[in-house]
Design a protein around this ligand. Structure first.
Ligand code: GLU
Length: 492
């Protein structure tokens, strides 16, 4: 008989629903997921929605939907936005856990580890300015720590509602970060910080610590932007008599210029990538490599393969540059591994209903080799559902002209092409290409020059799927009508 592991690993993702799912949050979620799956631990989703002013249920929906879209799943927490919180530690929404925060705050107050602070914003501001003037680090000056009961009663009588401030022990905090190794901070430099606002709202540093304990979190894996918060959390954990989890801070995601990835310089919302037609498989692969690598040259992994290989301690310390070209490259690679039927299904949302399923399935092989993103198909396939008049309206006659060729020269070439197509043994790509090549040669033009007016006439564009396959799909009648319309344009 085997004894069950007394302390299975439990990790959590704790997004604040104050915006759409951010690339960085997605990567942190993925690393937590992979870590949990790799070691057979539990992955918890907790919604940090205490910031009622900024958080919305739409953002929560966006976050949860996009995590699902990536293929991530979790063992505890809301499984769908607005749905039930599932798991032994429910509720998993912080807004529904106020009683527990209140009780823990009372405990800190009773033990003297926290105290009421009656300072007004104006008073705190004056302290800050004075510290600036005398070149001291900005921190709370401890005024309310020394209040007598009479002082407190007097402030209360003025109508002041006290905040609760944590009395930070002035000691060095050292911890072994899973990724960064030993880290040390001096909490003597911190100053006492507010854990519950005057209006009763408990704040992030406090609630995160209370919940991680309550939910039995053994490993806190989060972005490096939280590294400087950790000594505050450890101080609170000790004051509350909790077990200290192991911390791991994963590197920041950087813009190509090595500045911190920001909305201003890069697209950070996952939804935007999804809407452009990045495949979740490619996105997962890309995110996994933002700060981790398997130590080999292999680059294509499924989520399950990643989970088998991923070691949290192998995550890099250095910032990870967001390389959009690599994402594009990976997306193309994944697109080309899809079956035609699968690719057709994934392209469906990017194409009009007028493009029927049968035609779509025939179009897929033409697109597969050249798609970077699924959304590219919208423009590439448009000529199939546009009317002849719409296509003709897309180009000026100049666009028909091959390089260095005049209108009459191009007209003659296109007339020769029209005749060749009329004589084609069948209206299918190979036959059309053969007769067009022969006609180009007979005409003394390079194939590329000869094909250009044909492409523009048939699709209205300089860029299209392979030309003769496109003509096959469009059909004999419509292709010939479009060529005729182009000829008329040239004659005019
Ligand atoms: N709600 C915090 C955030 O979104 C969670 C930080 C943490 O993981 O402790 O950044």
């Amino acid at each position: 008989m085997t004894t069950p592991d007394p302390s299975p690993i439990r990790v959590r993702m704790a997004p604040s629903p104050t915006g759409p799912l951010h690339i960085g949050t997605a990567r942190t979620s993925l690393y937590n997921y992979l870590f949990a799956r790799h070691v057979g631990g539990a992955f918890v989703l907790r919604v940090e929605d205490t910031d009622a002013a900024r958080g919305t249920s739409e953002w929560e929906q966006d976050i949860i939907d996009n995590l699902h879209w990536l293929g991530l799943s979790w063992d505890e927490g809301p499984q769908v936005a607005g749905g039930e919180d599932i798991g032994p530690h429910a509720p998993y929404h912080q807004s529904q856990r106020m009683d527990r925060y209140g009780a823990e705050a009372d405990r800190l107050l009773a033990s003297g580890r926290a105290y009421h602070c009656f300072c007004t914003p104006l008073e705190l501001d004056a302290v800050r300015r004075e510290q600036e003037r005398t070149h001291q680090p900005p921190r709370y000056n401890g005024r309310c720590l020394a209040l007598t009961d009479a002082d407190r009663a007097a402030f209360a009588a003025e109508g002041r509602r006290p905040a609760l401030r944590f009395a930070v022990p002035p000691e060095k905090i050292r911890f072994d970060d899973l990724i960064r190794g030993e880290v040390e901070f001096d909490n003597a430099l911190l100053g006492d910080f507010v854990i519950v606002r005057g209006d009763g709202m408990p704040l992030y540093h406090f609630v995160v610590v209370v919940d991680d304990e309550a939910m039995g979190i053994t490993h806190v894996v989060r972005g490096e932007d939280h590294l400087s918060n950790t000594p505050k959390h450890i101080a609170l954990i000790r004051a509350l008599g909790y077990r200290e989890p192991i911390f791991g801070h994963i590197p920041l995601i950087l813009n190509p210029d090595r500045t911190k990835m920001s909305k201003r310089k890069s697209q950070t919302a996952m939804t935007a990538y999804r809407e452009q037609g990045y495949l979740p498989e490619a996105m997962v692969n890309f995110l996994a490599f933002l700060g981790w690598s398997p130590g080999t040259e292999e680059e294509i992994f499924t989520l399950a393969e990643l989970a088998a290989r991923f070691e949290i301690t192998d995550v890099h310390k250095a910032g990870a540059v967001f390389d959009k070209d690599r994402l594009d490259y990976l997306n193309g690679v994944y697109i080309r591994t899809l079956t035609d039927a699968d690719l057709a299904a994934r392209l469906r949302p990017f194409l009009p209903n007028a493009l029927g399923d049968e035609l779509l399935l025939r179009l897929v092989p033409l697109l597969k080799e050249r798609l970077v993103r699924l959304a590219d198909a919208t423009e590439l396939a448009a000529f199939l559902t546009e009317t002849d008049a719409q296509v003709a309206a897309l180009y000026e006659s100049d666009l028909l002209l091959a390089k260095g060729r005049s209108g009459p020269e191009t007209e003659a070439a296109l007339t020769a092409a029209q005749a060749a197509f009329r004589a084609a043994p069948a209206w299918e790509a190979e036959a059309l290409e053969a007769v067009a090549r022969a006609a180009a040669e007979a005409h003394g033009w390079k194939a590329g020059d000869f094909f250009r007016p044909i492409r523009v006439a048939v699709t209205g564009r300089m860029v299209s799927p392979p030309l003769f396959g496109s003509m096959e799909l469009l059909g004999r009648e419509q292709s010939r009508a479009r060529l005729e319309a182009a000829l008329e344009r040239l004659r005019a």
